[in-house]
Design a protein around this ligand. Structure first.
Ligand SMILES: Cc1cc2nc3c(=O)[nH]c(=O)nc-3n(C[C@H](O)[C@H](O)[C@H](O)COP(=O)(O)OP(=O)(O)OC[C@H]3O[C@@H](n4cnc5c(N)ncnc54)[C@H](O)[C@@H]3O)c2cc1C
Length: 308
């Protein structure tokens, strides 16, 4: 959507920023992530030269040809601006592409209040696991209500389409007389920006600390496909875990390919409450066009384990 091809298209996206921030607040500094690092001095390489502009060492084609660097730099700046909540910065960055208008949006709770439906701490409608509100005979689903977060163990407001669909089915079943529960969410979410997949699930360090965990995190760059395959592709993965229990708490990924599929696998791990030890040796499907034998998920988990 945020693509140069969309020049002259005017878009109003009422809640884009919170969605981006939710997914990205801890996804590295994506400018770094997108441009790559010099393998010698470790500094961020932000032009397409095969020589590092900081230490002069020749860096491999692979490490600098991850993406169209100009595009990547712009995407990285945009994401950084989003993480800072810098609306003006976002607007100026997309000036040459999409003419984007952002607008803060607050849920309209007038109807709920008028009907005597209690709201939760988040400001959205409070529900139980069967989508019942606190007012007899009234159910709520989707963007207007809260969901139970299986990792933070809190009722939160995560307005996403897949959640709305599931809650709708659960409410419908219960209203029709078939008992059903909506067990909760792990906050899995994804989007595409400048040709990059970006995805996240679980919680970040700040939320983890607030939920009583002892968070520790690690970020790695891995090969999205086997290095023996033509067309090197990198994927960045950041994991957050609880130092005390070893349990995975959150995952974020970014890359041209393979970011969403990896976060989906990690979302299952979050759902199942897996620990970093288990994730480091998960039996994941391997074939060179899709991943190295040691998937970046394994590498990220083992890197994080070494910090615990
Ligand atoms: C730009 C954008 C991109 C998104 N992309 C994604 C994505 O990639 N993945 C994802 O999971 N989610 C995405 N979402 C979020 C997703 O669309 C919502 O979470 C989902 O649609 C919520 O469903 P809902 O049924 O709760 O509300 P809605 O889909 O908003 O449906 C509410 C309906 O109620 C109607 N309505 C409102 N007030 C009244 C009234 N007084 N009387 C009668 N009708 C009324 C509205 O017209 C609307 O049709 C995106 C949202 C936006 C804005």
């Amino acid at each position: 959507m945020l693509n140069k091809k969309s020049v002259n298209i005017r878009i109003t996206i009422p809640k884009l920023l919170p969605l981006i921030i939710a997914g990205l607040i801890l996804v590295f500094t994506c400018g770094e992530a997108l441009a790559g690092r010099c393998s010698s001095c470790g500094k961020i390489i932000d032009d397409s030269s095969v020589f590092c502009m900081y230490c002069g060492v020749k860096v491999s084609e692979k490490s600098v040809s991850l993406f169209d660097i100009k595009k990547a730099r712009r995407g990285g700046e945009l994401i950084n601006a989003a993480a800072r909540g810098d609306l003006r910065g976002i607007k100026s960055l997309v000036d040459s592409g999409v003419d984007m208008e952002t607008r803060d949006f607050k849920g309209d709770t007038a109807l709920a209040k008028a009907a005597g439906v209690p709201l939760g701490k988040s400001g959205a409608i409070a529900v139980d696991f069967s989508q019942k509100t606190g007012r007899e005979g009234i159910y709520a689903v989707g963007d207007c209500c809260e969901s139970y977060h299986l990792v933070s163990r809190r009722w939160v407001h995560v307005p996403l389409g897949d959640i709305a669909n599931k809650q709708g089915r659960v409410a419908g079943a219960n209203i029709g007389g078939k008992a059903m529960i909506f067990p909760g969410i792990v906050g899995a979410q994804s989007f595409k920006v400048f040709g990059l997949e970006v995805a996240a699930a679980g919680i970040d360090e700040r939320e983890a600390a607030a939920a009583g965990y002892h968070p520790v995190s690690a970020a790695i760059w891995g090969n999205a496909i086997a290095p023996s395959m033509p067309g090197s592709k990198k994927v960045g993965i950041r994991l957050v875990a609880d130092r005390a229990s070893g349990r995975l708490l959150g995952a974020q990924a970014v890359g041209e390919t393979g970011a969403v599929s990896r976060v989906n696998a990690l979302a299952c791990a979050l759902w199942a409450g897996l620990g970093i030890d288990e994730i480091g040796y998960l039996d994941l499907a391997y074939a060179p066009p899709f991943s190295p034998a040691w998937d970046p998920i394994h590498i990220a988990a083992q890197t994080l384990k070494s910090k615990m």
